[in-house]
Design a protein around this ligand. Structure first.
Ligand code: PLP
Length: 446
């Protein structure tokens, strides 16, 4: 494991000369459709730091999009994955199986909500997990319709593009999309017309009414929702919304799928975000944080639903790759040993405290319309002063100012006006506070 000093260090312009050179090379052969938030080329990463090829050390508030919760070179992940690499890299679980896959499924059965019998199937990417959840729900219910929500994000494959709400950049020009996908309102408290306090009840009533009238509950195979919406802007559905939707699903024989690909594995201060309101999903999709940076995803759920698919109906050449499984076992070990749920809750306390202070004391603090999220999944929604009009320019300018000072932040949101913070859960508190100092100073520069 590379021990990287946990210190911010800016020794060149960001990006520096070596990154600029690599970026020029990249533009020659890497397809333009693959973008990068910050074209700083990575040399190594670990803890809360990304070190670039020019020797700059950036404070990481992105975790490679909520992936490296245990850090990008966590000891247990490196140790277990390295040992597995030396033993064998691949056999294909569908050809000759191996223990690591089974162990990951055992861990998933233990950690996911509910004490019913559970089974899992492993895949490579989040989108693949969501696609398979739909396959399983359809074969189980013998129905076809799938219900998703405004501001939802579920991936970039054809079916998951259809499930995703936002057109640019995810869908524009890439259609036609998979049929039998229906979108209904979500309880976005900050923007709910009659106020956040009414959003849970009103939005769930509207969503259920639309499902009944436009689709017919008896035609719905699955309802898929992120318990905290990620790309859509770190929207926590207002209290009462998720329980109402889950109950409706239960009453109508619909498979309730929690897409916890971004919110799962300690990110929100609980193993899974749906635990916050005591929701027990029928199926849960996981990826991102699951394996410390190695590509792995899963669908986990009620054994009788998971077993609806015939033998050979689920799988894939690399699904549940042994090295990725070893990485997952190392990541889960780290989460338990370092109490990363507790760490995430502490990150929330520190970040929300500092961000609220900025909102009240900075001259332009009123452009922070909303501070929200849970655990280490925190965001600020930026608006034009004195209004709720989205202010994507402020989000872009703040991100740019932070990047220049060596703090990596990401933006998101349907309106592009949300600055989101996803630090590795192992980040030191000093480093986190230093990043917040830089964010605070950035407000003075825009
Ligand atoms: C990232 C994400 C996906 C897609 O995962 P990939 O690994 O990029 O395919 C799906 N759902 C949610 C909630 C996500 O955040």
């Amino acid at each position: 494991m590379t021990e990287i000093p946990q210190e911010r260090r800016v020794v060149t312009a960001i990006p520096g000369p070596k990154s600029v050179e690599l970026q020029a090379r990249r533009l020659e052969t890497v397809a333009a459709g693959v973008g990068s938030t910050l074209p700083v080329f990575t040399a190594r990463a670990g803890g809360g730091i990304i070190e670039d090829v020019d020797g700059n050390r950036l404070i990481d508030l992105g975790s490679g999009i909520a992936v490296t919760s245990v850090g990008a070179s966590a000891e247990a992940v490196v140790r277990r994955a390295s040992a597995q690499l030396a033993d064998f890299t691949h056999t294909c679980f569908m050809v000759t199986p191996y223990e690591g896959y089974v162990e990951v499924c055992e861990q998933l059965a233990e950690l996911t909500p509910g004490d019913h019998a559970k089974k899992s199937a492993l895949f490579n990417s989040g989108a693949e997990a969501v696609e398979n959840a739909v396959k399983i729900a359809r074969i189980h219910t013998k129905r076809t319709a799938v219900v998703v929500f405004d501001h939802g994000y579920h991936g970039r494959t054809n079916l998951t593009m259809a499930l995703t709400a936002k057109n640019m950049p995810y869908k524009q020009g890439f259609g036609p999309f998979a049929p039998e996908v229906y979108r209904v309102p979500v309880a976005y408290g900050y923007r709910w017309p009659t106020g956040a306090e009414n959003a849970g009840a009103e939005a769930s009533a509207q969503a259920i009414d639309q499902i009944n009238k436009q689709i017919g509950a008896e035609n719905v195979a699955a309802i898929i929702i992120e318990p905290v919406l990620g790309e859509g802007g770190f929207i926590e559905p207002a209290k009462g919304f998720l329980p109402a939707i889950a109950q409706f699903a239960k009453d109508n024989g619909i498979v309730f799928v929690a897409d916890e690909i971004q919110s799962g594995f300690c990110r929100t201060g609980q193993w899974f975000a749906c635990e916050d309101e005591g929701i027990v999903p029928d199926l849960i999709t996981t990826a991102k944080g699951i394996a410390g940076g190695l590509p792995l995803s899963a669908v986990t759920g009620r054994a009788e639903i998971m077993d609806s698919a015939h033998s050979g109906g689920l799988g894939g050449t690399y699904g549940g790759n042994p090295v990725a499984c070893a990485g997952a076992l190392g990541a889960i070990e780290t989460m338990r040993e370092l109490d990363l749920n507790g760490k995430a809750r502490r990150i929330e306390e520190v970040m929300k405290g500092r961000l609220a202070e900025m909102q009240s004391k900075l001259d332009n603090g009123d452009i922070i319309g909303d501070i929200r999220g849970r655990g280490a999944m925190i965001a600020i929604e930026l608006v034009k002063s004195g209004t709720k009009d989205p202010n994507p320019q402020a989000a872009a300018d703040l991100a740019k100012a932070c990047h220049a000072e060596g703090v990596l932040v990401l933006t998101c949101g349907t309106y592009g006006n949300v600055l989101r913070f996803l630090p590795p859960l192992v980040i030191g508190e000093d480093l986190l506070n230093e990043a917040l100092d830089v964010i605070e100073q950035a407000f003075g520069r825009i």
